[in-house]
Design a protein around this ligand. Structure first.
Ligand SMILES: Cc1cc2nc3c(=O)[nH]c(=O)nc-3n(C[C@H](O)[C@H](O)[C@H](O)COP(=O)(O)O)c2cc1C
Length: 214
């Protein structure tokens, strides 16, 4: 769908998900992430960039597993994560829009939990490539986990935390030959409706990931 059509539908509150082609599973247990290997950090930094052309090729489950673990997985016994959060509130949830449904990444179980049995990739942004790239991530803050943080600081702290997650994804993508772009040009209320978010939850950013267009 073109950006203009999306903008028009967005204004009318009509930017809606597509039906899925396959059956969504209620839970997808991800394989254990491979914590070894990858490019040395300085080489990954040298390759980091935004890309907006994606092949339609799906991401294999082990790649999705590594990607989500790199993004915001649990990396310590005590439950610490790969990205920081103020007073360790861990207020960001990572939603995962795939062709067969939208899921919440459960970092503790390293699994995906179905939240919508529709293909809502097209709802995750105004740019046309988001519709058919194999994966769109959505970063959502849950304000109910930020009660210990002064109200005036919550928005900036949550944005910083989401930015750290997004950079983890950029670095994993650079290290693994994937393409990605972080996006703020999104219809937050359309995404919130499609994901069935509560009043405490706010959509911050979206990020597309896939193989680069050949
Ligand atoms: C907060 C933020 C919002 C952004 N929003 C978008 C967006 O909506 N669409 C897009 O194509 N790129 C978006 N970008 C990506 C920037 O355009 C990109 O990072 C910039 O052009 C620099 O290019 P580079 O990432 O390849 O270094 C965003 C970047 C940031 C940090």
């Amino acid at each position: 769908m073109s950006t203009l059509t999306k903008l028009a539908l967005g204004v009318m509150g009509q930017l809606r998900p597509r039906p899925t082609k396959g059956d969504a599973r209620p839970v997808i247990k991800l394989p254990a992430p491979d914590r070894r290997g990858g490019l040395p950090l300085m080489q990954a930094l040298a390759k980091r960039r935004s890309s907006r052309e994606f092949a339609r090729k799906p991401l294999p489950l082990p790649v999705l597993s590594n990607l989500l673990w790199a993004a915001f997985g649990v990396n310590r016994r005590a439950g610490g994560r790969t990205a920081p959060s103020a007073i360790n509130a861990q207020e960001i949830d990572v939603y995962v829009a795939l062709p067969d449904g939208a899921y919440l990444y459960d970092a503790r179980k390293h699994a995906l939990r179905l939240v919508a049995g529709s293909d809502l990739r097209r709802v995750t942004g105004y740019q046309d490539f988001v519709d058919d790239a194999p994966l769109d991530l959505v970063y959502v803050v849950d304000h109910s986990r930020m009660k210990m943080i002064p109200v005036a600081s919550r928005e900036s702290y949550a944005s910083a935390a989401a930015g750290a997650i997004a950079q983890n994804v950029y670095l994993y993508a650079a290290s693994s030959g994937l393409a990605t772009v972080i996006r703020a040009w999104i219809d937050r209320s359309a995404i919130a409706d499609a994901l069935g978010l509560t009043h405490d939850q706010h959509v911050l950013l979206s990020q597309t990931v896939g193989y680069p267009q050949a």
